[in-house]
Write a protein that binds this ligand. Sequence first.
Ligand SMILES: [Zn+2]
Length: 294
Amino acid sequence: MNPEDDKKSWWTKCITQNGHFRGVAIQATSLVEEIAARHSLSSEGRSGLGEALIGTLLLVSGVKKGERINLNIRGSGIFRQALVDAYPDGRVRGYLLESEMKEGLGIEAGPWGAGILSVLKTQDTEGEQPYIGNVPLATGHLAKDLTFYCLQSEQIRSAIGIKVEVKGDRVIAASGFLVQAMPGASEELILEMEERVNNAAAFSEEVGGHFDPTQVLSRLFETEPFLILEEKQLQFECRCDRNRVERALLLTGTVELESILMEEGGTHVTCDFCCKEYHFNEQDLKGLISQTKA
Ligand SMILES: [Zn+2]
């Protein structure tokens, strides 16, 4: 095996030959570790962020080029919120906020607890309305709640599995799969598929860090022939830059900027997604203030 293979994160997309099901499997250990390492999170937090990243990638694997998925989960469990952005070309970024009080939270409800899962689908094309789907967190387990979202909001029967393993502060395994029924798949075929997926659910235990997407799809589809549609490398990318941060600062208005200048003499803004810091000194602030007055 090529040693470089260890560092790769990718998805494999397929469709069954009869056109009744589509599937995608993701190996994202290195990607989740890379993103989690940017944030100071507990080991549970790393695992929660990994789940949210993989869940969003699974959803975005089915959208058209030019669209973007933003997953926003607000929970009452050990995680307070996760926000993830992803594109169908495999770019992703995200962050997670942990609950300050972890004691006393019922773990039977799942790590995300109760709350709301929102999926925002936007398009690059001007004038296109964004699509927003909201579902309550029914179980507090992300894979199950995403399955519910697909059914409730998009009327698509799906099976989703997500697995993230963290040892100390390192992500040692992160993977997931999604199988969806296509229009025209009969109830009988769907039930058969669901049973196969449930039977295969234990497989993620054994594969762990060596999760191979194509092998996993073969396990899920068993004797059903399928065609590989795409194998794509996944990568972290944050779109923040100084111009965007400046625009955000300008929106705070003259009064606020003047008070920052008076009291602090400068400021810095940290991007929630990548943790990059943008510094603004006295001169920068004066420049921004004169822009707000222009
Ligand atoms: Zn950023």
